[in-house]
Write a protein of this length. Sequence first.
Length: 288
Amino acid sequence: MYDPAQLRTFLTVSQTLSFTQAAHRLGLRQSTVSQHVRRLEDATGRTLFTRDTHSVELTEDGEAMLGFARTILQTHERAAAFFAGTRPRGRLRFGASEDFVLTRLPEILESFRTAHPEVDLELTVGLSGTLHELLAAGSLDLVLAKRRDGHSHGELVWRSSLTWIGAPRLRIDPERPLPLILFPPPGITRARALEVLEEDGRAWRIACTSTSLSGLIAAARAGLGIMAHTRGLIPPGLTPVPARAGLPDLGDVDFVLLHGRTGGSAQEAADALASSILAGADRLHRQV
């Protein structure tokens, strides 16, 4: 009833909320992306997106279709791999940014392991900057992390704005240095936060440093200071710092997939996991 190509296009549009970006990721013309969505809407008899010249949003029926589309595509891919006899195998060294510790990434990895039991998956969780270094050194085969400023390589999975967050009752004293809660170097968010504060001429001090996202969240909840964080992944118990605090804008951040210099079975496994992550990218926006 539902064409896998149309479902794949639907998922990509739902993740990027852009027909243009979806077309770029899939290697299709924008008119083809629009056609796929229109035909899927005809097949369901429902409107899946509301769209105008400025924005694209999922409808309630579109939200419902997300789960169905993922399930259908995963089943289709498992069947295709089984009968083609080309299921990937071997060791896959995968690195994921600390940002995804509290999201539904484990569900994506669990589905991947179920579909590809011959792959020995080794997971490294760390700072995006550290993962970039490990990938360059040949210690990882695939990385899901923030993209460094000024870089354009990598396959875009998700773009979000950064924001300052802290405990709801925390009050910023403009007469005192700003208390910061930071990852250590080479954290990409750390570098961005310090850069914009220096450009703004705002005095600051480090109130807490931790390599663990859980450690930073605990410090922020205790009211020790504020932290720069992805707007779409704000942990429970923390809120954006009000605009009246006058803090400088942190801009946007891209989360991308980066492949290492691998070949053979590791490359096949990395390609398969990358496809699974892209298919379930909307779950990376959601807290566990």
